[in-house]
Design a protein around this ligand. Sequence first.
Ligand code: ZN
Length: 353
Amino acid sequence: MFLVPSLVLNIVFDDIHKLHSDPSGRHPENPWRLEYALSALRDSSAWSHITIHNTPEAKVDLLKLIHDEDYIRLIERESRLGFHYIDNDTYVAEHTFNVAARFTTAAYDSSIRSLENRELWLIMPRPGGHHAGRSGWAMGAPTLGFCIFNYAAMAAKSLLDRGLRVLIIDFDAHHGNGTQDIFWYEPRVLHFDIHEEDIYPGTGYVDDIGGESAEGSKINVPLPAYSGDQQYMWVIERVLKPLIESFRPDAIVVSAGFDAHVGDPLTLLRATEKTYEAIGGLLRDLWVEGRIKALVSNLEGGYGEGLRRGFTSYIEALLGIRRYSGGIEPREPPDRILGELRKILSKYWGIGV
Ligand SMILES: [Zn+2]
């Protein structure tokens, strides 16, 4: 079936991202990533449905909505010292503070424009954001995992403060520990996170369900290494869709990382374009049917082929240019994950799997 696209996607892309870089070029999180992802989009049929926007001036005060003042000042001070590592994984450069603050401001502004003007938005920031917690290092993780400020959390917080119940979908291969930390005690933010088991940051177990008064609002689905489309389809159909029916979010914020793609060198997950088509298509349906009032995606990780093939699949599905056409037999995760997941979904959401 040929689907006629009728949507426009507003993308925040800004060459200032190049100011955050490792001069040696050895770090996997480098400017090449965004050039690669954008060139794939330019070559795709999505391109004529995309409007590119630069970042706004940084509104530094907004950062306090999601990060402690001490952490914000720390990043500002460290950036002034020029390029160096602030932990074993994460570097800052002279302009990092301003670059990350501008993309965080873009996430805030985009969420409001999505809500007020009924526009679709996607931010392409560097570095990623979902490992940055309220005071930086989150939930006992050893490092910031390349991240500085948390764009997805900023978009979610801005929508939450406008009275909306927000679903965060994080399908980056790594657990979004920073985002989960920021909303740990917030029951109006349902955070659904699918990631590879037992890799960095070492958080996101099935029984991590949220803090006091927010139990059940954090749903973690860790998948074993070598899981692929079959397990993703099972989780989308049997966990994510029922959660959406049960929670009925007013808005959705996506942490869209593409390092679970089979072509990514950093993880052992094996998702293909079909997984990203299925997620993009699900979000498109919710948007087109008017079931959500705002939809903002943030690019997170992706260090290889996923940035080209996964990213464009997601966007084309979001725009309705392509659609998951079936053919993958869903397969449930192993019992050690499924057993606990079953209990949590049943207890907090009345979902039987
Ligand atoms: Zn990642």
